[in-house]
Design a protein around this ligand. Structure first.
Ligand SMILES: [Zn+2]
Length: 177
């Protein structure tokens, strides 16, 4: 059994069985983990209120067969009611992208700092995040016509499109750079 104290940004939370939840968290020390939140669906859960999407939390995690959250303390929220709706929408799009592309169990100090500073300042570029993850937009050409520069990233295909070709693809799978 291993115990870790680390910070994390919550990417997604889903219900699991009758009383539990699973939180998809990008942690600083362990990278992305799926962590069980025991009792997370109960109304009086101590942990659940700290584990909202886009929360920056201090975590105590125990790893034994699976990772479990044993303690969580919310430090900041990058998606709460005090955040401007437009900014919150942009942050949720970035979270959506991260859930597609971020590998599990691979700590990434550079991405960690970029996200925390970017969310804090309300300023980040999708292209920067893609570059950190190894998809450099400036080196890419459109997957359909070969043109440069590219303007959109296709999540499922993990490829770039130019603006013209991107307008023909399903819009819910595309992210503007
Ligand atoms: Zn094209």
């Amino acid at each position: 059994m291993n115990e870790y104290v680390t910070e994390g940004i919550v990417l997604h939370v889903r219900n699991q069985r009758e009383t539990d939840r699973t939180a998809d968290i990008f942690t600083r020390k362990l990278g992305r983990v799926d962590a069980k939140v025991t009792g997370g669906r109960k109304p009086l859960s101590k942990l659940a209120p700290h584990l909202d999407v886009l929360s920056l939390v201090k975590l105590r995690l125990v790893e034994k067969n699976q990772v479990t959250v044993v303690d969580a303390l919310g430090e900041e929220s990058f998606g709460g009611g005090h955040i401007a709706p437009a900014l919150r929408s942009r942050a949720l799009i970035l979270v959506y992208l991260l859930r597609f592309l971020l590998p599990r169990a691979e700590p990434d100090e550079r991405l960690w700092h970029y996200l925390v500073q970017g969310f804090r300042a309300g300023a980040w570029q999708t292209g920067d995040v893609l570059r950190i993850l190894g998809y450099a937009p400036e080196e890419a050409s459109c997957a359909l016509c070969g043109r440069r520069p590219v303007a959109l990233f296709h999540l499922k295909g993990q490829e770039f499109f130019c603006e013209r070709c991107g307008s023909k693809a399903p819009q819910n799978e595309l992210i503007w750079l």
